[in-house]
Design a protein around this ligand. Structure first.
Ligand code: NAX
Length: 328
């Protein structure tokens, strides 16, 4: 039998964790031939609930699930991790300023980065889901000097999937016929879902849509504010769709993206498209040989340029803020 892959999931007792762990254990993330060992990392108050989730995982009798361990210590939790899903984060509380939020998360993602540096497997791949995801990933990476920076990524796949679905509905096109959509920038309300390189069954999406008003005043805000709309409707934030996107992100990272389309992920910038080097920004990406690469050579029109710059500027501000706080 293949050696099991160690998957560490933080925030395992939370609502995304509850939706995510069963998908991983069933083989949907790493494929039907890859056994997994789950390492659930929680804060001490979350351990009991994580034990309950582990009991349910046992009760599924997943053939690929080779073991479950529960930790409240990051160094132990990340030891030997091949895949690390950083889901647990500090949410914004009442009256919390952005600096307070970044500082509170620095207190989580700094030590977790250090723990990954200390004991994760050499091939570790990290996906940060917990918000503010891009900057949390930057903090974790800064504390893991021995881990290549490109192993730290943040999740914009949920935004990507939301954009696919909105475009499919608007144009009455099956999702499977849509290719080359892009989310640029930050996983926040400034993100830019870009349809200018997308195709619908091979036809340019922008020409099929041909409705700049819909693009600017319906599509972009619907995608960017979808999280708030879900909270409004469900009384709780997105969980199953977030877990699904995390599964998609890691699946494509490990198994490769199909030749027919690229996807979106927040990865460290190499300076492409004028995005300052080092910040973790969403790009059009392909994965080959287990590594993400930014799709090069796209023409960026003036409308897109303005939107990309606005979101990237927000990321630069966040980076400068965490630098000022001594978190990176
Ligand atoms: P929950 O509050 O349900 O669960 C979070 C869990 O994390 C809790 O069980 C908590 O005990 C645990 N936790 C907190 N600090 C921890 C630490 N230092 N180590 C280990 N565990 C810790 O939140 P949930 O709905 O699961 O959301 C988790 C995160 O995902 C939030 O930050 C949320 O904002 C973020 N999201 C990110 C999305 C994305 O697209 N990037 C979309 C969905 C979601 O909003």
């Amino acid at each position: 039998m293949t050696q099991p892959v160690n998957v560490t999931v933080t925030g395992a007792a939370g609502q995304i964790g509850y939706a995510l762990l069963f998908r991983i254990a069933s083989g949907q993330m790493l494929g039907p031939d890859t056994p997994v060992k789950l390492r659930l990392l929680e804060i001490p108050q979350g351990v009991k609930a994580a034990e309950g989730t582990a009991m349910e995982l046992d009760d599924c009798a997943f053939p690929l699930l080779a073991g479950i361990d529960i930790f409240d210590d990051p160094t132990a939790g990340f030891s030997g991790a091949n895949v690390a899903l950083l889901v647990g984060a500090r949410p914004r509380g009442a009256g919390m300023e952005r600096g307070d939020l970044l500082e509170a998360n620095g207190g989580i993602f700094g030590p977790q980065g250090a723990a990954i540096n200390a004991g994760a497997a050499d091939d570790v791949r990290v996906l940060v889901v917990g918000n503010p995801a891009n900057t949390n990933a930057l903090i974790a990476s800064a504390h893991a000097p021995d881990v290549p920076a490109d192993r730290f990524t943040a999740m914009t796949r949920l935004d990507h999937n939301r954009a696919l679905s909105q475009l499919a509905q608007k144009t009455q096109t099956p999702v499977s016929d849509i290719a080359n959509l892009t989310i640029w920038g930050n996983h926040s309300a400034t993100q830019y879902p870009d349809i200018f390189h997308a195709t619908l069954a091979g036809k340019p999406a922008a020409e099929v849509v041909n409705d700049q008003d819909w693009l600017e005043n319906t599509f972009i805000p619907t995608v960017a504010k979808r999280g708030a709309a879900i909270i409004d409707a469900r009384g709780a934030s997105s969980a199953a769709s977030a877990a699904n996107a995390a599964v998609d992100h890691v699946h494509d990272w490990v198994a490769g993206t199909p030749d027919t389309s690229w996807t979106s992920a927040a990865i460290p910038s190499d300076g492409s498209y004028g995005v300052p080097e080092g910040i973790i920004s969403s790009f059009p990406v392909r994965s080959t040989g287990g590594a993400w690469e930014i799709v090069q050579g796209l023409d960026i029109n003036d409308f897109s340029r303005g939107k990309i710059d606005a979101s990237v500027n927000e990321l630069v501000e966040e980076r400068d803020a965490v630098k000022g706080l001594g978190l990176i």
